[in-house]
Each structure stands twice: as structure tokens, then as C-alpha cells.
Design a protein around this ligand. Structure first.
Ligand SMILES: NC(=O)N[C@@H](CC(=O)O)C(=O)O
Ligand SMILES: [Zn+2]
Ligand SMILES: [Zn+2]
Length: 434
């Protein structure tokens, strides 16, 4: 059928080498990969570029159904492909909520119709994200969508009994609950600034780290009790991280993700009251950011996840306390992580591949992603340019929303080409037509 030959790419463990893809599968890797190429092979010159397994985002908010003015599955897929992703997990807090098998299948089908990235639906833990009654977890898992990750993200599964039952339920099929760790009695829905000297000075409702750590600690005990798996979404504090570290040391099945914005942006950005920096959980002080970076480097944090959260201008441009929570992330995630940790020499490209592809694919149970670049594996790949420096322009985003906190910043490291099962889905920031 079709063949693609990537030439001269830096391949981890191989140095500069060629890679041949045939019918969506890696056919050969190495100096003589080209010898097996058919005459009509499509050639992709990757001199100076690094080839990695395609990125996997454990935490994306697409707004379809319900808020197609801010993101659709198609527009979010374009942004994801441009950002180097070959799979994204679409959070359940849409309208209606993804809390049934039919709703999950609909998202799967819309993702397939666009065809730029594997859109994997996350199922809600509770009906309507209400926190009371379990959603049809088993039916969602047995559906064509094969839902394996469940989350009420946007809200915390605050009731311990509900969380316990959800964990017992998903254990039967090896599922995982991704928790938005925020004790609502310690940090209510108006909490929007890290609790400390700054929240007092700015007069903004405080969000204390203990509201995160307390839920992570409770969930660690529930994971141990049930023998089931908990994933901590967007860990943002040193305190929360300390609990994850403890849980892992006990052998508790707990994993964690951190966002690019919590790694790189600090709470001091809130002094201008610009709602583009309003996100849940909030940006944290330097000490927390540094602890999160250390946690990612030492393996306490398993993955980087974007928490891509598109919002309309009219929902963002309000007084800080009234604006919507969330920021864009898909197109800038690689650049931010590369610039902050790889270009500065703190992290290797192999480690970046682990936290942006291998680990998230494993956590979500996606067998075709995050795989070694070896013959027989599906060709879900990304070519990155480690030397390119790009200035982020929100107007160039493929998202339907514009709420990026990175506008005007220069980042070293850019996604060059994204490949989904052998087909180019984005080239130099431009997604393929779908
Ligand atoms: N992160 C955010 O600030 N917002 C998310 C919800 C969430 O991830 O909690 C959203 O859906 O907009
Ligand atoms: Zn959340
Ligand atoms: Zn989220």
C-alpha cells in the first residue's frame, strides 16, 4: 500500500538513521532501512531532527458536545497534531457529560472521522459529574470506546465512599480513576489563587496546598485498600508530591501527571489580574515549581499532561474572580518542556519521550502508542527540531480559543512533523487537511 521513508533522523539509541514505514507499521530501522523501500516511497528528510514516539496527552478538554464555539473534536485534533500528539484523552466534562457508553462511542467516532489523532474518551466517574451516583463504568468499558480512564475532572470525587466504590469497580477490568485532587471544603469553587501572602495582598480567594495533599493521601489509602489504581491529575504542590512519593514507596498503585504551566509559570503572574493566568489548580510559588521539576526528573511524576482547557473570550475576559479557569496547552507542551528542561540540560530527550509518550500511553492502557521505534510497531511518531526557536503567537493557534499564557514567549524546541500510523498529520505546525 503506502510507504514512508524518514531519512537521517536522530533516533534514540541509533544515532542518525533511516526509518521505513509500510502500511502504517515500522518496517525497518537503521542504515540500510532504505534498501527495502519501494520505488514510490514518500521521502521525509529529517536531517537535524529527532524522531520520538508520538506524544500522548492524558488530559485534554475538547468542548464537544456543548461548547463547540470554544473547541470541537476536529479543532482540538488539529491543535493536538500540530503539537506532536498522536493520542489525546478527552475529558468527560462536556455538556452532556461523557457518562454513558453511547456518549463515549460518539466521541470516539468523531475523533476517527477527523483522523488526525486518536481521540480516546475519558468516562465520568459519577453521573453528570454530580459526585453521588456511579456512572455506567462497566458499560463504557465494554463499549466500542473501551473506556479505561475515568474522571470527574473539573470536580473532585470528594465523597470517599463513592471513590472507594469506583475504584473497586474499575479494578475488575484494570481501569484507573484520574482524580482532580481538591478537597472542596478546604478549597471551594471560588478559590483561584495559591493561598499565601500574595492571595492576601491581591484579595483573591486562597487555594491551600493541603486541599490537594489531603485528597491525594486519602486516595492513596483507598488505592491500597481496594488494590486498584489512582492517577493524580495536574499535581501542583510540593505537599501533594510528597504524598505521591510516599505512596509509590509503599508500592501503592498511584501515578501522577504535571502540566507544563505548573512546571514553568509562577503565582507572581497573578499580580496583573490577567485572567489568562487563571487556572485550576492555581499557579504556585517557585518552591513548588522546583519540587515539581525534581519530581518529574526523579520519576515521582510519571507524565506531563496539558490540561488543555479552551475558553471563549467572553468567558475569560472578566474580573479575575469571575473568569473561567483554564489555559490552552496542546500546541506549546513540547516547546515548554523542551525549553525548560531539555535545552537547559536537566533532562534528556529519552526522558522527555518517557514522560510525554511512553508513560502516559502505559497509564491509559493504549497499546499502539508510546512504543519503541522498532520493526512491527505502529508508526505513531513525532519529529522534533531541538534547535528551532519559536515565538508563540496565539493567533496562529489551531484551537478555536485564544487563551494561551505563552503568547509572545520564545521557546527553544519545536514540533516538526507528526505521523499517525504512517500518515503525516501535521508538518511544521500546520495540520493536514481532514
Ligand atoms: N484546569 C482548569 O482550570 N479547567 C478545566 C477543568 C480542570 O481541569 O479542573 C476546564 O475544564 O476548563
Ligand atoms: Zn482538573
Ligand atoms: Zn482538566
Amino acid at each position: 500500500m503506502s510507504a514512508l521513508l524518514v531519512t537521517g533522523a536522530r533516533i534514540l539509541g541509533e544515532g542518525a538513521a533511516d526509518l521505513l514505514v509500510r502500511d502504517g507499521v515500522i518496517a525497518a530501522v537503521g542504515a540500510d532501512a532504505a534498501t527495502d523501500a519501494p520505488g514510490d516511497v514518500e521521502r521525509l528528510d529529517a536531517d537535524g531532527l529527532t524522531l520520538l514516539p508520538g506524544f500522548v496527552d492524558l488530559h485534554t478538554h475538547l468542548r464537544e458536545p456543548g461548547r463547540e464555539d470554544t473547541e470541537t473534536i476536529a479543532s482540538g485534533s488539529r491543535a493536538a497534531a500540530a503539537g506532536g500528539f498522536t493520542a489525546v484523552l478527552a475529558m468527560a466534562n462536556t455538556n452532556p457529560v461523557t457518562d454513558t457508553a453511547e456518549a463515549a462511542e460518539r466521541i470516539l467516532d468523531l475523533g476517527r472521522a477527523t483522523g488526525l489523532v486518536d481521540v480516546v474518551p475519558v468516562g465520568a466517574v459519577t453521573k453528570g459529574l454530580e459526585g453521588a451516583e456511579l456512572a455506567e463504568l462497566g458499560l463504557m468499558h465494554r463499549s466500542r470506546a473501551r473506556v479505561g480512564v475515568f474522571s470527574d475532572d473539573g470536580r473532585c470525587v470528594a465523597d470517599a465512599r463513592v471513590m472507594r466504590r469506583a475504584l473497586e469497580y474499575v479494578r475488575a477490568f484494570g481501569g484507573v480513576v484520574s482524580q482532580h485532587s481538591q478537597d472542596p471544603t478546604l478549597a471551594g469553587s471560588s478559590a483561584c489563587c495559591h493561598e499565601g501572602e500574595l492571595s492576601g495582598r491581591l484579595g483573591l480567594p486562597g487555594w491551600p496546598p493541603v486541599a490537594e495533599a489531603a485528597v491525594i493521601a486519602r486516595d492513596a489509602m483507598l488505592a491500597r485498600h481496594t488494590g486498584s489504581r489512582v492517577h493524580v491529575a495536574h499535581v501542583s504542590t510540593a505537599e501533594g508530591l510528597e504524598v505521591v512519593r510516599w505512596a509509590k514507596a509503599q508500592g501503592i498503585a498511584m501515578t501522577a501527571e504535571v502540566t507544563p504551566h505548573h512546571l514553568a509559570l509562577g503565582t507572581e503572574l497573578l499580580t496583573g489580574y490577567d485572567p489568562v493566568f487563571k487556572v485550576n489548580p492555581p499557579l504556585r510559588p517557585t518552591e513548588d515549581q522546583e519540587a515539581l521539576r525534581e519530581g518529574l526528573l526523579d520519576g515521582t511524576v510519571d507524565a506531563v499532561a496539558t490540561d488543555h482547557a479552551p475558553h471563549a473570550r467572553h468567558d475569560k475576559e472578566h474580573a479575575f474572580v469571575d473568569a473561567a479557569f483554564g489555559m490552552l496547552g496542546l500546541e506549546t507542551a513540547f516547546g515548554v518542556v523542551h525549553d525548560l528542561l531539555v535545552a537547559s540540560g536537566r533532562m534528556s530527550m529519552a526522558d522527555l519521550a518517557r514522560v510525554m509518550s511512553t508513560n502516559p500511553a502505559r497509564i491509559a492502557g493504549l497499546s499502539g502508542h508510546g512504543r519503541p521505534l522498532a520493526p512491527g510497531e505502529p508508526a505513531n511518531l513525532v519529529l522534533v527540531d531541538p534547535t528551532a526557536t519559536v515565538t508563540v503567537d496565539r493567533e496562529a493557534s489551531h484551537s478555536l480559543s485564544r487563551n494561551t499564557p505563552w503568547h509572545g514567549r520564545s521557546l527553544t524546541g519545536a514540533v516538526h512533523t507528526t505521523i499517525l500510523r504512517g500518515t503525516v498529520t501535521a508538518r511544521e505546525g500546520e495540520p493536514a487537511p481532514c
